[in-house]
Design a protein around this ligand. Structure first.
Ligand code: PMP
Length: 405
């Protein structure tokens, strides 16, 4: 894939070595077209949207609302009213937790999530359970990080919310979200999907999935930090209270009472991140230009090559499915006898960026019986040569630490 020149940051030298950026599940790098779109916004379009009738305010409104339309098409939503801008996945899920969960759940109700959730799709539900008296239950993955279909039987008549990641940021597992959503609907529950790791790597249609809520972050999708999206079904969003209160989200304000703006503005209080929207718009254009077929092909090639190489190293333990068909471009692993932070530091000295730690999924790590792991995550701009370099350096880590091999 000939895209490297679009991403100048990939030419950086770090610690005297060429950067190999394998921390894409944390955040992706930005192509020049995204950087240029932000520059154009700053130079020619910056104003406060929705607030004025002058040129720059109108330009900013066009950028912002144009991005909403683009996101609508990108995720296959039926209406742009169903696209709410937030700061990130975390804020999107909190919006649902506060405006839907806190208001609709009561003692005796159940919230069901998987053990593989990122804290941002776990802690908000703990809070909803604590405040409403409902209870939080888990569907557990098997030893390889796959969700057995029998776990879906936990979704019963008392269940009001089912929340699940589309793709685990630790295991790499692609979760059976369609089956989970259908099951949730069969008992009258709403389904909340955390798409932070899926949207950048596969074509998603929220309409085909029939998700009630779907959350993702721009910064894992080649865009700037600080812009995220919550998709919600119109009827649900309409029925919900606002999350934040203040400017822009109102219709009329009286001394003691306020009526609220229509969708989607009801959920967008205060001046919004239009620069981020400009960035997200250009990022979606870039991804659409490449196409998900090409993106998936390259990312699967990289993942397969890395998995095969890692399987040959006896001191590497791969966390998550070993079968390529069940996972995305995220590989968590441990190196026997070497702490993940040492692994990451040694790899960094070779210019290789990987993650170390609990990956914001402490309950999962505890369940798997590991304190921490490393994680290499790929994006279509990575190369097989980079994977080979990484595999070679993995081989050197144990020697650094004084082991024979
Ligand atoms: N869910 C998953 C699966 C993630 O990987 C992440 C980011 N690591 C998040 C949620 C949270 O994303 P953000 O920090 O952008 O809100």
């Amino acid at each position: 894939m000939n895209v490297r020149e679009d991403f100048p940051i990939l030419d950086l030298t770090v610690n005297g070595k060429k950067l190999v950026y394998f921390d894409n599940a944390a955040t992706t790098q930005r192509p020049l077209s995204v950087i240029e779109a932000v520059r154009k916004y700053d130079l020619e379009q910056n104003g406060n949207p929705h607030r004025g009738s002058h040129y720059l305010s109108i330009k900013a409104t066009e950028v912002y609302e144009g991005t909403r339309e683009k996101v609508k098409s990108f995720i296959g939503a039926k209406s742009s009213d169903e696209v709410i801008f937030t700061r990130n996945t975390t804020e999107s899920i909190n919006l649902v937790a506060y405006s839907y969960g806190m208001e609709n759940l009561k003692a005796g109700d159940k919230i069901i999530i998987t053990i593989a959730e990122h804290h941002s799709n776990l802690v908000p539900w703990q809070q909803v359970a604590k405040v409403t008296g409902s209870t939080l239950h888990y569907m557990y993955v098997d030893k390889e990080g796959r969700l057995p279909s029998s776990e879906l039987d936990k979704i019963d008549a008392d269940t009001k919310i089912v929340a699940c990641t589309h793709m685990s940021n630790v295991l790499g597992t692609i979760m059976p979200v369609k089956a989970i959503i259908d099951r949730a609907h069969s008992v009258g529950a709403v389904a909340v999907i955390d798409g932070a790791q899926s949207v950048p790597h596969m074509k998603v249609s929220v309409t085909e999935l029939d998700a009630d809520f779907f959350a993702f972050s721009g910064h894992k999708l080649l865009s700037q930090l600080g812009i995220g999206v919550l998709y919600g079904k119109k009827e649900l969003l309409k029925s919900m209270k606002p999350f934040l209160f203040g400017g822009d989200m109102i219709e009329y304000v009286h001394e003691q009472e306020t009526s609220f703006n229509e969708l989607p503005y009801k959920f967008e209080a205060g001046t919004q991140n239009v620069e981020g929207a400009a960035s997200l718009s250009a990022a979606i254009d870039y991804i659409n230009g490449l196409g998900f077929d090409k993106i998936a092909e390259q990312e699967m090639l990289l993942t397969e090559h890395a998995l095969e190489g890692m399987k040959k190293l006896p001191y590497i333990n791969i966390v998550g499915p070993r079968d390529l068909s069940e996972r995305g471009a995220v590989i968590s692993f441990t190196v026997e006898g070497v702490h993940p932070h040492d692994v990451a530091t040694i790899l960094d000295s070779y210019g290789i960026a990987v993650r170390a730690g609990h990956h914001c999924a402490q309950p999962l790590m505890r369940y798997l019986g590991i304190q921490a792991s490393n994680r290499a995550s790929f994006c279509f701009y990575n190369t097989i040569d980079e994977v080979d370099y990484f595999l070679g350096k993995l081989g050197e880590i144990r020697r650094w630490m004084g082991y024979g091999a």
